[in-house]
Design a binder for this molecule. Structure first.
Ligand SMILES: Nc1nc2c(c(=O)[nH]1)N[C@H]1C(S)=C(S)[C@@H](COP(=O)(O)O)O[C@H]1N2
Ligand SMILES: [Mo]
Length: 424
């Protein structure tokens, strides 16, 4: 780059920035960048127009642009004692649409990631069946398969926020969720192949990882819509997500979606194992615990703006974007407020509205530059309305960790900075 060019670019950046602030976001949003902007007039200053780029095969498995290196899963070190039994979080504020890219799906493991060669994977169905069966992956691939998008939300998502605003970023407050297009075999086909005995009522899926995770699953749900999934977003499952096969339990808490699945025992009653007694139960104020709270209730959150994604363009045309989901069906409506609940506006559902899948909502408004209190409130196809956190605490007390679907508030300053606060 020549002296002259870099000097003029610096000058442009200075005047461009000052002009942007003075004129506000409106001018920028209207496409009023200067016609003498060297980034449009001076091709010689742009190496990518002057030299040939990499040929095909430079990256046989492609990666995001180096400028997107900050878009990663992140953990919170103090939450857990060791990363092998821990969680990291999906960077929701960096994503658009409804599909979570495979490399950004949050991970939750109780015993680390099992590394299983597909040739050594087996799935057994035993217990109350006519024929005890063991499937190879090749066997599984010969059953009719289906493709469906579903969200997986850990029941502990937003759990750190039960007693008040704590973590400053939507990645941490809401990032224990991903939404993936799964391809898999309906579990019904495999159970039919084994032949269910008359007394069969419950299943115990078991993971093949070092945690050997198990959960009791009602047979009715298994026959309805559960899958043994082999593919996510068109490619094989990632090792972190249970390669080569995981259980998909649409709309139900993530803990039941057993990864690296190796065995399904058929029984006539639930097993009351660790993950459905000491964990994944909701301790109420009177000391009793809600159990088998499988369905994930209707929930939504504004992803932009949010603490990790402030408004940087000043006042004027502003796009508010967020996600909504329900374990009981599709999302019917999302309402958005920018004044802490005094006025509510109907947001636009953008993109596919699928059953038990993430929905994208957007709300475009003209920001006058005054501080905002931003919230979203979703209504699902079963008629459930997302509650305020206070309403939730009134019913469930403050001992809970799981199933916090309360309305999230972001306070936006006149500078566009966002902060996690609580007002209702
Ligand atoms: N085998 C096995 N399956 C498992 C787990 C595990 O530790 N081992 N964790 C569960 C929990 S608590 C959640 S929330 C989801 C997380 O799925 P993900 O890692 O694809 O996000 O997997 C579930 N399935
Ligand atoms: Mo979980």
């Amino acid at each position: 780059m020549s002296e002259k060019t870099s000097a003029s670019r610096r000058a442009f950046l200075r005047t461009g920035l000052a002009g942007g602030l003075a004129a506000g976001g409106a001018a920028l949003a209207a496409g009023a960048a200067r016609a003498d902007d060297p980034l449009i007039t001076d091709l010689e200053a742009q190496p990518w127009t002057q030299y040939l780029g990499d040929g095909v095969d430079a990256a046989p498995y492609g990666l995001p642009s180096e400028h997107e290196a900050h878009v990663v899963r992140r953990n919170v070190a103090w939450l857990t004692a060791d990363p092998v039994s821990s969680v990291n979080f999906t960077p929701l504020h960096e994503l658009e649409g409804i599909i979570t890219p495979n490399g950004l799906c949050f991970e939750r493991h109780h015993g680390g990631v099992a590394q299983i060669a597909p040739s050594e994977w087996r799935l057994m169905i035993n217990g109350l069946v006519e024929r005890q069966l063991v499937f190879t992956l090749g066997d599984i691939m010969r059953f009719p398969r289906v493709t469906r998008a579903h969200f997986l939300e850990c029941a502990a998502n937003s759990g750190m926020e039960w007693r008040g605003a704590q973590l400053n970023g939507v990645q941490y407050t809401h990032g224990m969720i991903h939404n993936v297009m799964y391809t898999g075999v309906p579990l019904r086909h495999l159970l039919e192949e084994a032949g269910l005995k008359g007394s069969a009522q419950w299943l115990l899926p078991e993971g093949g990882d070092a945690a050997g995770m198990t959960r009791s699953l009602p047979l009715e749900k298994a026959l309805d819509d559960c899958l043994i999934a082999t593919h996510m977003n068109g490619e094989r499952l990632r090792p972190e997500q249970g390669y080569p096969a995981r259980l998909v339990v649409p709309g139900w808490e993530g803990n039941m979606w057993v990864k690296w699945i190796r065995r399904i025992e058929v029984g006539d009653r639930p097993w009351h194992h660790r993950e459905e007694t000491s964990k994944y139960t909701d301790l109420m104020a009177d000391g009793t615990a809600r159990r088998f709270t499988w369905e994930m209730d209707v929930k939504s959150v504004v992803t932009n703006p949010s603490p990790q994604a402030p408004i940087t363009h000043g006042h004027g045309p502003t796009v508010l974007s967020g996600i909504a989901w329900s374990g009981r069906g599709a999302i019917r409506e999302v309402h958005v407020t920018t004044d802490g609940g005094i006025n509510w506006h109907q947001a636009r559902i953008e993109g596919p509205s699928l059953d038990k899948s993430m929905h994208r909502f957007v709300y475009e408004f003209d920001w006058d530059g005054a501080p905002l209190l931003v919230q979203s409130r979703a209504v699902d196809s079963a008629g459930f309305v997302q509650p305020t956190k206070n309403a939730l605490r009134k019913v469930r007390g403050v001992n809970s960790i799981y199933h916090n679907n309360g309305i999230q508030t972001w306070a936006i300053s006149s500078e566009g900075e966002a902060e996690n606060v609580e007002i209702s």
